[in-house]
Ligand binder design. Structure first.
Ligand SMILES: [Zn+2]
Length: 292
């Protein structure tokens, strides 16, 4: 008990909070600097109305925008062991996890939901970049296996939104082991004759690009998304050459055949709806065979 913490600090936070609220009314675009009314910005799914810059969004915003009438069921994710390597860099891994969990309210960098998309039951997996850079550790790997099993059990297409800096280094080899595991999970979906659609969002890099994010039947990318394996500087230093303008961006990858289409966020639901309906129609005879 002392007057500094009990009296001065609460008063100070009150003053600070007061100052924050007017700022929150406006959002400044990270790309063009335009001030946008915050409510409009959220309603536009965080796409700048001036320059069309696609800012990062989390799983809830995706699910709300994609599923019919914003109705869906969040699926419970398998629990994994926290911090199996007792890892510590500048801070303990358990402390980083705790902080990310408190900030997001989620257990790890992923959310999984099932619901109707244009009348077709679909499983949607969204990686959350706001949770430790969306990094792929055991929890994300388990969640992909769970998503694949759910898709197969429900005879539903699996749609995966990737967003990650890569593997979670705090889990070392255990995070790298998720690359073959998730590859097998994706194969299970394909063997069941169900579509697996990947939407690459900003950024998708490292071990995620090297596994499940590049195994889709269809690859969609959001405009301007950074998609690649190694970073641009590392490549430039290795090959001792300057890389072309826009290298590793969605539009560049479309021109070079790495992705099938670049789709504006406002068109995402309509595009996925169309794809799912077309692909499920095509797969229906296979499904019927499997049932018989
Ligand atoms: Zn802008």
């Amino acid at each position: 008990m002392n007057w500094l913490t009990d009296y001065v600090k609460p008063r100070l936070s009150k003053v600070i909070r007061k100052r924050e609220s007017p700022d929150n009314l406006w959002h400044k675009c990270k790309s063009c600097g335009q001030m946008i009314f915050h409510r409009d910005y959220v309603a536009a799914l965080k796409v700048c109305s001036n320059c069309d810059f696609h800012d990062r969004i989390g799983p809830k915003d995706r699910f709300d925008a994609l599923f019919d009438e914003s109705r869906y069921e969040l699926l419970k994710l398998p629990a994994v062991k926290d911090d199996p390597l007792k890892f510590r860099d500048t801070r303990r891994y358990t402390d980083r996890l705790k902080e990310a969990r408190n900030a997001s309210g989620d257990q790890d960098a992923v959310q999984l939901a099932k619901g109707s998309l244009g009348g077709v039951t679909s499983v949607i997996f969204v990686q959350n970049f706001f949770f430790m850079g969306g990094s792929m550790g055991m929890a994300v790997g388990e969640a992909i296996v769970r998503a694949a099993e759910e898709a197969i059990a429900s005879k539903a297409p699996l749609i995966l939104f990737s967003a990650a800096g890569g593997a979670r280094m705090q889990e070392g080899i255990l995070s790298l082991m998720q690359m073959p595991r998730t590859t097998v999970a994706v194969d299970m979906v394909k063997e069941a004759g169900l579509p697996y659609i990947v939407v690459l969002t900003d950024p998708t890099t490292g071990g995620v690009t090297a596994s499940y994010a590049m195994l889709g039947d269809v690859h969609i990318a959001e405009p301007g998304a950074l998609i690649g394996f190694a970073g641009q500087r590392v490549i430039e230093q290795t090959i001792r050459e300057k890389l072309p303008e826009g290298f590793q961006r969605a539009e560049y990858l479309l021109d070079h055949g790495m992705v099938d289409m670049v789709v504006h966020r406002h068109e995402m639901r309509a595009t996925l709806r169309r794809l799912v309906s077309l692909l499920m129609e095509k797969h229906r005879p296979v499904l019927n065979d499997a049932v018989q």
